[in-house]
Write a protein that binds this ligand. Structure first.
Ligand code: GAP
Length: 491
C-alpha cells in the first residue's frame, strides 16, 4: 500500500492538492484542490449524481444553503449531542480527544534513566521503569484536565450585531436540509414512497484532532442521500426500512468497486450499540484500507423517523406522508447513505497508485477509472519544431475538448511526456508524428493517422485522426482496449 507521504507529495507536485494558504505557513487541516484535484473531485461528484440521482426514478436532488435557521440544530439534536469529549494539557495547552489519547505514541521522561526522554509506542509501558502514560502524550510534562464535552459545530453571527440572537452555525452535515425541505420536495415533485433526496455540498466540523491529509478536515464535502420509506410496508418479507438499509449498503459497496476500489480494501463494519449516533437504529460503515489503516469511508444509517418527528415538533408543521392505500398519515423512516467526497477521493487515489518497473525504469501510474481520471486524453506532438505537427496536434486537442478534458503538451521528449501523463492517470495519449502530416522534402504523403496509447497496457495502435472522437467515445464509455484495437485493425 502506498504511504500517505508519497500521496501528499504526488498531490502537491502534480497539482491535485495544496496546503491551504501555504505562502503564510498554511492553516491547520485546510487543503486546496488544484487544477487536477478539482477535475477528479468534480468527476466523483458527477458520477455519484448520475448513478444515484439521474438514473433512478425514485431520486431527486437539492442544493440547500449552508447557513440554516439555528432551530434546525436544536431540533436535530446537534446542539446537545454533536460533541466529542476533550482533554487539555495544563502545561502545553494542547487539546486531545479523550477517547483517542491512548492511541497516540507518548513522550516520557524516565526516572530510571536520569530523566532521559523517550517516545513510547501507543498503549505500551516504558521499557525501563515500566510506567504507563498518565501525563500529556505530547509534552510528557503536563497533567490532563478531566474530559469536557466540546461541540463540533462552527458558530458564527448572522448580520451586523454579534449577540446571542444572531448566533448561527455552519452546517455540520448536509442531511438536515433534506429533512426540513421534506414537505416542499414531496409536494412540488408529487413523489410516492419510497423516494430519496440527495445533496452534495460542504460541511464544517471543528474537529479536535483533524489530520491525515484530507482524511479528517474541518471543512469538507459530503454526498448524502436521505431515502424515505413507509415503515408499515414490507419488502421481500422484511420491514421496508431494514430491507432498504441492506440494499443501500450493497449498492454503495458496488459503486465504490465499480469505480476502482479493490474488494480486499473494502469492508463493512457494524456499529456497536453504544457507538450508535443519537438518531440511529442501526449503522453500518463502509471502511477502506487507507494508508493510515482501516478507517471509515462512508456510513449508512437507519435514522428511523427521528429527524422528521423532531422537526415537526419544533416547527409545529406536519411532516407526514399520506398513504393512499391505507388511508393514513405516516411519518416515513429514513435510510441515510452518507459519503465524504474528500475521503472518496483519497481512497480512489490510494487504490489507483501503482509503481512498476518498465524496461529497467520506475513507472508511477495512477490507474484511475476513465470516468474519474482528471484528464481523459493528452495530445502530444512528436516534434515540436515541425509547425505542421504542432498545428495538427492542437487542432485535435481543440476538437476532442468539445467532449472531454483534453490537454496538449510539448514541453519534453515523448517518453517523458508519457510518464507525466501516467503519473496523473490520463488513460489515453495521442501522438502526432511525421507520418501523420507527411514530409514534402522526402516526397512522403501524409497518412492522416495518429498513434494512440493505452495507459495501463502501454500498447499503441494507429488510428485515422478523423475516427478519434468515435474511438475515444467507445473507450471512455467502457469498451475494452483490445476490442477497440481489433475494430480499428479490421478497418
Ligand atoms: N449525516 C450523517 C453524517 O454526517 P458522518 O458519518 O458523520 O455522518 C459522513 O459523515 C461521511 O462524511 C463520513 O463517512 C466521511 O466520509 C465524511 N466526513 C465526516 N467528517 C469528516 C471530516 N472531518 N473530514 C472529512 N470527511 C468527513
Amino acid at each position: 500500500m502506498v504511504s500517505m507521504d508519497t500521496l501528499v507529495s504526488l498531490c502537491k507536485r502534480r497539482g491535485f492538492v495544496f496546503q491551504s494558504s501555504e505562502i503564510y505557513g498554511g492553516i491547520g487541516s485546510c487543503w486546496d484542490y488544484g487544477p487536477l484535484g478539482v477535475e477528479l473531485k468534480n468527476n466523483i461528484k458527477r458520477v455519484w449524481w448520475r448513478d444515484f440521482v439521474q438514473r433512478r426514478p425514485d431520486m431527486v436532488g437539492i442544493d440547500a444553503s449552508i447557513l440554516m435557521h439555528p432551530m434546525v440544530w436544536r431540533a436535530s439534536g446537534h446542539l446537545d449531542h454533536f460533541t466529542d469529549p476533550m482533554v487539555d494539557c495544563r502545561e502545553c495547552k494542547l487539546r486531545f480527544r479523550a477517547d483517542q489519547v491512548d492511541a497516540l505514541p507518548w513522550t516520557h521522561y524516565c526516572p530510571a534513566t536520569k530523566g532521559n526522554k523517550f517516545t513510547i509506542p501507543a498503549g505500551e509501558p516504558c521499557g525501563h521503569c515500566g510506567a504507563r502514560r498518565t501525563l500529556c502524550p505530547d509534552c510528557g510534562k503536563g497533567e490532563l484536565t478531566p474530559p469536557r464535552q466540546f461541540n463540533l459545530m462552527f458558530k458564527t453571527f448572522m448580520g451586523p450585531v454579534e449577540d446571542d440572537a444572531a448566533v448561527t452555525y455552519l452546517r455540520p452535515e448536509t442531511a438536515q436540509a433534506m429533512f426540513v425541505n421534506f414537505e416542499n420536495v414531496l409536494q412540488s415533485m408529487r413523489l410516492k414512497l419510497p423516494f430519496g433526496i440527495a445533496q452534495a455540498g460542504r460541511s464544517f466540523r471543528n474537529e479536535i484532532t483533524p489530520g491525515n491529509f484530507i482524511f479528517r478536515t474541518r471543512e469538507f464535502e459530503q454526498m448524502e442521500i436521505e431515502y424515505f420509506v413507509n415503515p408499515h410496508d414490507r419488502v421481500e418479507g422484511r420491514p421496508a426500512d431494514e430491507y432498504w438499509h441492506d440494499r443501500w449498503i450493497e449498492d454503495c459497496l458496488a459503486w465504490f468497486r465499480r469505480y476502482g476500489l479493490r474488494d480486499e480494501n473494502l469492508r463493512r463494519r457494524e456499529h456497536d450499540r453504544d457507538e450508535l449516533s443519537h438518531y440511529s437504529k442501526r449503522t453500518v460503515d463502509i471502511d477502506y484500507r487507507f494508508p493510515i489503516g482501516w478507517s471509515e469511508l462512508m456510513g449508512i444509517a437507519n435514522r428511523t423517523d427521528f429527524d422528521l418527528k423532531q422537526h415537526a415538533k419544533a416547527s409545529g408543521k406536519s411532516l407526514t406522508y399520506f398513504d393512499e392505500e391505507r388511508k393514513e398519515h405516516v411519518v416515513p423512516y429514513v435510510v441515510e447513505p452518507a459519503a465524504g467526497v474528500d475521503r472518496a477521493l483519497l481512497a480512489f487515489l490510494a487504490d489507483a497508485y501503482l509503481e512498476e518497473e518498465v524496461r529497467g525504469e520506475k513507472r508511477v501510474v495512477l490507474r484511475f477509472h476513465p470516468e474519474l481520471a482528471p484528464v481523459k486524453v493528452a495530445v502530444l506532438p512528436l516534434l515540436k519544431k515541425r509547425e505542421d505537427i504542432v498545428r495538427t496536434a492542437q487542432a485535435i486537442r481543440d476538437e476532442l475538448s468539445r467532449y472531454w478534458r483534453v490537454v496538449y503538451d510539448d514541453t519534453a521528449a515523448i517518453g517523458r511526456l508519457y510518464r507525466r501523463q501516467d503519473e496523473v492517470g490520463t488513460p489515453y495519449c495521442v501522438t502526432v508524428d511525421v507520418q501523420t502530416v507527411g514530409d514534402t522534402d522526402k516526397g512522403e504523403r501524409a497518412d492522416d493517422k495518429v498513434t494512440i496509447r493505452d495507459r495501463d497496457s502501454m500498447e499503441q495502435i494507429r488510428v485515422a485522426a478523423s475516427r478519434l472522437t468515435t474511438v475515444f467515445g467507445d473507450l471512455l464509455a467502457g469498451k475494452r482496449w483490445a476490442d477497440v484495437a481489433a475494430g480499428v485493425a479490421a478497418g
